[in-house]
Ligand binder design. Structure first.
Ligand code: SF4
Length: 67
């Protein structure tokens, strides 16, 4: 499983980090730290967190790629 954070859509609500703090971190400005990365491989065992943060994002900035 991989995730992708859309840099254009992430507006810093911090809901992702609140829903899944083990996986999502915020930068100093409160934006998702992964937003400048192309795709992030989700470590085995953290898939639930990755999906929970995706569902919590009001901007739908996080895409979960299941393949
Ligand atoms: S990914 Fe979504 S919930 Fe997380 S900081 Fe960005 S806009 Fe907020």
């Amino acid at each position: 499983v991989r995730i992708l954070v859309d840099v254009e859509k992430c507006t810093g609500h911090a809901r992702c980090a609140a829903a899944a703090p083990r996986f999502y971190e915020l930068d100093d400005e409160g934006f998702n730290k992964f937003r400048h990365e192309r795709e992030v491989v989700v470590p085995v065992g953290m898939e639930h967190e990755a999906r929970a943060g995706c569902e919590a994002c009001p901007e739908r900035a996080i895409t979960v790629i299941e393949a």
